[in-house]
Design a protein around this ligand. Sequence first.
Ligand code: G3P
Ligand code: MG
Length: 250
Amino acid sequence: MSEPVSRYHPRTDVPRLIAHRGASARAPENTIAAFEEAARLGVRWVEFDVMLCGDGTPVVIHDETLRRTTGTEGRVAETGLDALKRLDAGRWFSAAFAGEAVPTLVEALAALDRLDLGANVEIKPAEGHEVETGEAVARLLRDHWPARLAPPVVSSFSPDALRAAHAVHPGHDYAPLFDAIGVDWRAHMDAVGAQALHCDAVRLTADRAAAVVATGAAIRCYTVNDPADARRLLAMGVESVFSDDAIPLD
Ligand code: G3P
Ligand code: MG
């Protein structure tokens, strides 16, 4: 007798539209201003990236280097929180956002609570810091996630970071991130009890989407800024799209 095909049972409360790095088309990515803009636009969830800075504090930032979003030379993993907090993470985007800070994860969670926003927290370890980043983020979310909000989805491109997070707190809702979904996608999901995977919209084929959806697993796709692309993906069975703006889906 053949093995029964295990089926996934993803949660049903994740919205179709998730603001990528906050509403990053309208405010500097991964800042409290970008979360506020998402909430103002009526988007219910945001995605953001978390890395450890030099003293091990989880902070909200995408790149390993500071140059693009703060105009400063240096690496996040080698910059202490005091120095990081002196940087301007808004001016690169526009003068209207000058003075916007790199948030800590704790500050980001307080903003989510105030703004009534759900979130996909992407663990974005600097190279070589995968395990410690996964552990620190899982621990902090376990201890500080605002209880009145829906639980977060915790994702990462790094299998090591996800496994380390899962070892600290198996109770989070994990989702592996892929550029393209490889043949081993179920192994990556099952290693952390995931019910969903996140992937690059550009590299998702209709056949692969159908195969994933047939197992019951949810697919969420980044980064989708064209409403027509979003509608095509949703019609393929994709559950949610990460977008830099509040694009119309109907
Ligand atoms: O989590 C979805 C998406 O944010 C992954 O890519 O590079 O924008 O963090 P990236
Ligand atoms: Mg991200």
